[in-house]
Design a binder for this molecule. Structure first.
Ligand code: UD1
Length: 362
């Protein structure tokens, strides 16, 4: 069976890691990887292939950055030829980026069976480009690989329950195996931040937080008031928007540093007293690594992280200084994100499904 994964952005490489490994253990699966080129900086792309031991992409489209329409359209145009040439039995798309949507449209237009990994997540916030991407992809796909029971319920509510399979979350697979592999390492911290005193890891990259200078300035102010050193892992979008608006991010105890490679990120978050973020993946990684998280958004797709206060939503920045560093919640954590074996379930589900006979019946 020939499965073509289409990926392009940092969080997709993290999910591809355990999937590629699981596919390698099934000789009957031929796995092709297409990299759209949405992310191209080495620390957002190549480092993940190296650290997670992912085979190099078969095809690299090299589309680069652009407006949503231009970027998605460039991928879509290029994917036609790739799908024609390689004729996969399944196209597998990941998460909710523009690369996900482009590959989903390309596959269904060519009547190639489409599987969506991380199906069924919803923020119910249509201002987020990711919400359009995931809703449209779910409704186009033939097979919906859902990470959680809540995600399955969303799919059922939208009439998609028949195509849904609960497989667990592949980010749990890679987060736990990496956590164990780097447990003996030191956190990666800038000069002046000690691993022996409380520190906070922060990331901000959502358009809603970066693109409005007043909002970005308020966030920079709030981070500067946190009562512990803040290691701000600055995504290129954040750096670009702050520079454009003339906003200084390094204020108070904030240290602005480049994004970390995945193993270093896991180790540094595991050792932190708190995480401040607007990323989806990092909210969940903080939960899995048992680090309290404060999310600068009004909603989360990962609602399970809110239980017992592991994750607190603070869109208005009203509570950040008070809650950024807080004691770990006591008590047993549930395991809403699976047991760390989701990727092998994905491989098995795809093998069991085979090639859908009547693709045109969707
Ligand atoms: C994208 C995804 C988002 C995901 C995030 C993870 C969409 C709509 N958004 O957001 O869901 O959480 O990736 O990081 O697909 N840039 C660089 N180098 C790069 C890539 C981007 O400098 O390698 C800069 C460019 O200025 C670019 C900007 O970052 O315009 C935004 O990149 P883009 O891929 O459009 O979106 P992200 O914000 O990364």
């Amino acid at each position: 069976m020939r499965i073509m994964s289409v990926v392009g952005a940092r969080p997709q490489f993290v999910k591809l890691g355990p999937i590629a490994r699981a596919f390698r253990s099934h000789p009957e699966i031929e796995h092709l990887i297409v990299h759209t080129g949405q992310h191209y900086d080495p620390m957002l792309s190549d480092a993940f292939f190296a650290d997670l031991e992912i085979e190099p992409p078969t095809v690299h489209l090299g589309v680069g950055s652009g407006t949503h329409g231009r970027q998605t359209g460039a991928m879509l145009a290029d994917l036609d030829g790739v799908l024609e040439e390689h004729a996969p039995d399944w196209v597998l798309v990941y998460g909710d980026t523009n690369s996900t949507l482009a590959a989903a449209i390309a596959a269904v237009k060519m009547h190639i069976p489409l599987a969506h990994l991380e199906a069924g997540l919803r923020s119910f916030n249509r201002r987020m480009p990711e919400e359009h991407n995931r809703v449209l992809t779910d409704h186009a796909a033939d097979l919906l690989l859902a990470p959680t029971e809540v995600a399955v319920q969303h799919l059922v509510n939208e009439g998609l329950g028949g195509k849904a399979r609960l497989v667990g979350d592949v980010m749990t697979d890679v987060c736990f195996s990496t956590r164990d592999a780097v447990a003996g390492d030191h956190p990666t911290l800038p000069a002046g931040v000690s691993p022996d005193a409380p520190y906070v890891v922060a990331t901000i990259h959502r358009a809603d937080n970066t693109d409005d200078p007043a909002r970005l300035s308020a966030i920079a102010d709030a981070l500067g008031q946190v009562a512990a050193p803040v290691v701000l892992l600055a995504h290129p979008r954040l750096v670009a928007k702050a520079a454009q608006a003339g906003i200084e991010l390094a204020r108070g105890g904030v240290h602005v540093v480049s994004p970390l490679a995945y193993p270093q990120m896991v180790r540094t978050v595991a050792g932190a007293a708190g995480v401040i973020t607007d990323s989806g993946g990092l909210q969940k990684e903080a939960y899995l690594l048992r680090t309290p998280c404060t999310t600068l958004r009004s909603e989360t797709e990962w609602v399970e992280t809110l239980v017992d206060g592991w994750n607190i939503l603070d869109p208005a920045l009203e509570r950040l200084t008070e809650v950024a560093v807080r004691p770990r919640p006591t008590g047993q954590q549930a395991q809403p994100y699976g047991d760390g074996r989701a990727a092998s379930r994905v491989a098995q589900v795809l093998l069991d499904e085979g090639r859908p006979v009547e693709v045109g019946s969707r």
